[in-house]
Design a protein around this ligand. Structure first.
Ligand code: FES
Ligand code: MG
Length: 570
């Protein structure tokens, strides 16, 4: 006999308990037959006016509901904390793990048989997926979709231009009035950032993991196809509940390897590394930092998207979207990996095509033969650091230079434009104490702007190293996620002005040319900085957050508690 759904442990009860579980739901106008044992589908909504990238999600949720009803399910929409990348201080990343807890407990504590995760702005995707994985009931992701390409004075612009514009203003090549005009033209529709930044990277990650219907990643937010996809995901989740297809059935080791390979092919964000590691930790897959290098090293860049390339997500969609990329990689991917619709990657994508080889090429004529994330090792980052070569400058990929050290973000801001700062373009800029514990929350400040006097010379890139992150829209020869972070007292904490640092990306080396004896002497002198906050969530975050090379999840959130709750509320 088929087992009753978990929602029947609420709505199917007799007597006092069933009365309590149903009666208050009925005040929303829900007729009695909805409680008859049909799949109850949660729609986890990160809508918020403080998360403008997800501002259209109430409408999107309505489309999902139509699909759920059509398939005979009972949809219930619920809010969770939302994370707006642009507004939240000190960084939205500080709260990714908090949201994952909100999602996990909201699903587990409620009569939900399957869940549709509405994800958009950067952190909302990993946070929702992490939470859902720790419950492990049937789950499907619907992304909000990218914005239409921004326009300014006839030019296409996007989030990636912010870094260029702000340096142009600082070096006097652009006026503030001009900057305001660009600001008005950049975000001109619903949706998340329009390049292969972190939000698009996360949407591609979700699709390549098999957690979305095919084609989800690139459909622009305002396109009617986005609504259709939401509708179809609503019908699909009902089917998933009936077939009991859970994240743990989809998120196998093979799925994670696929996501790493696809991320290389699209030139995805470095933030991908931290989020994928954290998701793997929830489903109990032993993924390591080294796996990112191993599985991406032979993958060429076949999507020509900013910041690694030229085009925008809208162009990617018209060129065939992520399906065209996956089709190109089918021979390399674990093509038997199963996806939300029960079909394999091969079944879903074998018929996909690229309609524009300028945007999505074949693997035989890539835009860059090497891509992906390179994992660096050496005494400056004993447990690893990362760099995205497709966004770096070729002439700096092998470089030795004198360190110019900033102890923290305030120190950097106070001194970077000081005309007396002892720096030239051959130097290596080092920013400490912007890691998970140190900032706290590991903000996107790793692509720190160059000193004004160097910009004035027309120099566009320098080697920069930090224990922080960089926006997925950022670019440059930027070494990120140095671990252990400075606050933890590894060698990264000990680097001083004038030390010689060697970066050799192809040799995967990041070396501090200081003797072990000297480092030992410096370590004797080193004192751990006091935590910024002791109280509340942030205090607990600082105590429990793991290092970037492990995914920066909270140690006590790893793994899952499952979906069973045996005790009633009254
Ligand atoms: Fe929301 Fe870029 S700020 S996706
Ligand atoms: Mg960001």
């Amino acid at each position: 006999m088929k087992q009753a759904l978990r929602s029947q442990n609420w709505f199917g009860k007799k007597g006092k308990d069933g009365f309590i579980y149903r009666a208050w739901m009925k005040k929303q106008g829900i007729p009695g037959h909805e409680f008859d044992g049909r799949p109850v589908i949660g729609i986890c909504n990160t809508w918020s006016e403080l998360t403008p990238c997800n501002g259209h999600f109430r409408e999107l949720a309505e489309c999902v509901k139509r699909g759920v009803y059509e398939a005979g399910g009972f949809p219930v929409e619920f809010p969770v904390m939302s994370l707006g990348e642009t507004l939240m201080k000190p960084t939205a990343m500080l709260f990714r793990n908090l949201v994952s807890m909100d999602v996990e407990e909201s699903i587990r504590g409620n009569p939900i048989d399957g869940v549709v995760l509405l994800c958009g702005c950067d952190k909302t995707t990993p946070a929702l997926l992490m939470g859902a994985c720790s419950v492990d009931i049937p789950s499907i992701i619907v992304s909000g979709g990218p914005m239409l390409t921004g326009k300014h004075r006839g030019q296409s612009i996007s989030t990636s231009d912010i870094w260029r514009f702000s340096e142009a203003v600082r070096s006097g090549k652009m006026t503030n009035e001009e900057l305001l005009l660009a600001e008005a033209g950049m975000c001109r529709s619903d949706g998340h950032c329009a390049v292969m930044g972190t939000a698009s990277t996360m949407a591609c990650m979700a699709e390549s993991l098999g957690m979305t219907l095919p084609g989800n990643a690139a459909i622009p937010a305002p396109d009617a196809a986005r609504k259709v996809l939401a509708h179809m995901s609503g019908t699909e989740i009902v089917k998933m509940v009936k077939e009991d297809r859970k994240p743990s059935d989809i998120l196998t080791r093979q799925a994670f390897e696929n996501a790493i390979m696809v991320n290389a092919a699209i030139g995805g964000s470095t933030n991908f590394v931290i989020h994928l590691l954290a998701i793997a930790g929830r489903v109990g897959i032993d993924l390591t930092l080294e796996d990112f290098d191993k599985y991406s090293k032979d993958i060429p860049l076949i999507a020509n998207l900013q910041p690694s390339g030229q085009y925008f997500m809208e162009d990617m969609y018209y060129a065939g979207g992520l399906p065209a990329v996956i089709k190109g990689l089918l021979d390399t991917l674990n093509s038997d990996a199963v996806t939300v619709n029960g079909k394999s990657i091969k079944d879903n994508y074998a018929g996909s095509v690229s309609y524009n080889e300028e945007v999505i090429s074949g693997v035989d004529k890539p835009f860059n033969p090497t891509s992906g994330i390179i994992v660096l090792k050496g005494n400056l980052c004993e447990t690893g650091a990362v760099i995205k070569p497709s966004a770096a400058s070729e002439h700096l990929m092998k470089h030795k230079g004198r360190a110019v050290v900033f102890d923290n973000i305030e120190d950097y801001k106070a001194r970077v434009d000081d005309p007396n700062l002892d720096v030239d373009e051959t130097c290596v800029m080092v920013l400490k104490n912007v890691g998970p514990k140190g900032y706290p929350g590991m903000p996107e400040v790793g692509n720190m702007g160059l000193p004004q006097k160097i910009l004035a010379k027309g120099v566009k890139d320098m080697v920069r190293i930090s224990d922080g992150r960089m926006s997925g829209t950022g670019f440059g020869t930027v070494v990120l996620h140095a671990t252990p972070e400075a606050t933890e007292g590894g060698n990264f904490a000990l680097v001083q002005n004038g030390d010689i640092i060697e970066l050799d990306v192809r040799a995967r080396l990041l070396q501090l040319h200081v003797s072990d004896e000297e480092l030992a002497a410096r370590r004797q002198q080193w004192k751990a900085p006091a935590p910024h906050v002791e109280r509340g969530y942030v205090g607990q975050y600082i105590k429990h957050v793991e290092q970037a090379n492990q995914g920066a999840d909270l140690d006590f959130l790893k793994g899952k508690s499952g979906s069973e709750v045996t005790r009633d509320s009254h």
